[in-house]
Design a protein around this ligand. Structure first.
Ligand SMILES: NC(=O)c1ccc[n+]([C@@H]2O[C@H](COP(=O)([O-])OP(=O)(O)OC[C@H]3O[C@@H](n4cnc5c(N)ncnc54)[C@H](OP(=O)(O)O)[C@@H]3O)[C@@H](O)[C@H]2O)c1
Length: 343
């Protein structure tokens, strides 16, 4: 199958991080440097490289620093190659965090989801104690704190999904710890009068990981797709990162929550069948779709910054071509089908 998209990791990273014009315009009006805490994961490189490129094209001078333990050393090398400053730091260590520079624009991406069932105490430390250490240190600047749509209760699959006014729920240990992360940042934001945006994301997708890669690889392997979670919200990683940068503008005290995802809820069955058509195979299914799922209404972010431009058919085509070509994958399944909150 023809592959119109980049195939090598470094090219994919740069391609995903192309800033849209509205982000370049926004960055023109920022002041100060940028710090990305937890840059070493699935989204950090896209965010760091988009900021670098937007700064360059805006004509501004500013530094982007990425902070992580860098348990994947290749991430550090890739960032430094593109001009991002890398600082190794364990955010769970207050002495390490004390050395981090006060910065005008801070993104908090660190957290833990997988492994919660085996070691829930580590998830609680990562998702509530680390935020406490970080929030006590950064008493100036403004923060975009990455959160998740899993802080909401399940919503009916025939409704619009939860909006920012929906009261939070604690569904399972991981989701509960994410509610904890928001509460800890909220407490210190009020205490120190620091503006914070709570960025509630439902499933970023790109060529190498995400719900679409999970479904495409199963369809291609002839494995059944579990329909228990019958509907999902998705957003292309480029659009998710663009909206994260715009979230700096709405950081407030007390913190401003915002839902970040695509405009429609998508049926998992339909997605799998589209992949099967493109890949020239048949999709197999188990289970029955439940009447509820973690679904968010991101209308507010769309009214502020536009509907994410990469639509479902474009995303499916891109991921299908990548998977069919045997191009690199991250090998990090999302477990989107999980309904009991155990990850
Ligand atoms: N990706 C999605 O679709 C999605 C969906 C919903 C919510 N989110 C939220 O968005 C955030 C970012 O997403 P992501 O997919 O990039 O997450 P991720 O892959 O888990 O990346 C987070 C990174 O933070 C770093 N980190 C964790 N603990 C740390 C510590 N104690 N000190 C320093 N660095 C630490 C880790 O890199 P090192 O091992 O190098 O330190 C980790 O890879 C997540 O926290 C999650 O809450 C993401």
């Amino acid at each position: 199958m023809e592959l119109p998209f980049p195939e090598e990791n470094a090219q994919i990273d740069r391609w995903l991080a192309q800033p849209p014009d509205h982000v370049i315009e926004a960055v023109k009006n920022h002041s100060g440097d940028y710090l990305i805490l937890g840059v070493g994961g699935k989204m950090g490189t896209s965010l760091a490289l988009m900021l670098e490129e937007a700064i360059r094209r805006s004509g501004r001078t500013a530094t982007v620093t990425g902070v992580s333990r860098f348990s994947r050393p290749e991430v550090r090398a890739a960032l430094e190659e593109q001009g991002v400053k890398a600082l190794a730091c364990d955010l769970a260590d207050p002495a390490d965090v004390a050395k981090l520079p006060a910065t005008a624009n801070i993104f908090f991406l660190a957290g833990q989801k997988f492994g919660t069932t085996g070691a829930p105490e580590v998830t609680w430390v990562q998702n509530t104690i680390v935020p406490g250490i970080v929030a006590r240190h950064f008493t100036s600047g403004r923060l975009v704190v990455f959160s998740t749509g899993c802080v909401y209760p399940f919503a009916a699959t025939d409704g619009p999904g939860c909006d920012e006014a929906t009261p939070l729920a604690c569904q399972g240990e991981y989701a509960s710890s994410c509610v904890g992360r928001e509460r800890v940042f909220t407490h210190y934001a009020k205490l120190h009068d620091v503006p914070v945006c709570l960025y509630r994301l439902n499933y970023a997708c790109e060529l190498r990981y995400g719900v679409l890669v999970d479904i495409a690889t199963r369809v291609r392997a002839g494995e059944p797709i579990d329909l228990a979670t019958g509907h999902v919200n998705l957003i292309w990683q480029t659009d998710a990162v663009a909206h994260a940068i715009r979230c700096l503008e709405i950081a407030a005290t007390p913190p401003a929550p915002i839902n970040i995802t695509g405009p429609t809820k998508l049926a998992v069955r339909d997605i799998a069948e589209k992949f099967a058509t493109i890949l020239g195979t048949t999709a197999n299914f188990t289970g029955e779709p439940a009447g509820t799922a973690w679904l968010s209404d991101a209308g507010r972010s769309h009214s502020l910054w536009g509907v994410p431009p990469h639509d479902l058919d474009w995303m499916i085509d891109a991921v299908a071509r990548h998977v069919a070509a045997g191009a690199p994958l991250l090998g990090k399944p999302t477990h989107f089908e999980t309904r009991d909150g155990k990850f």
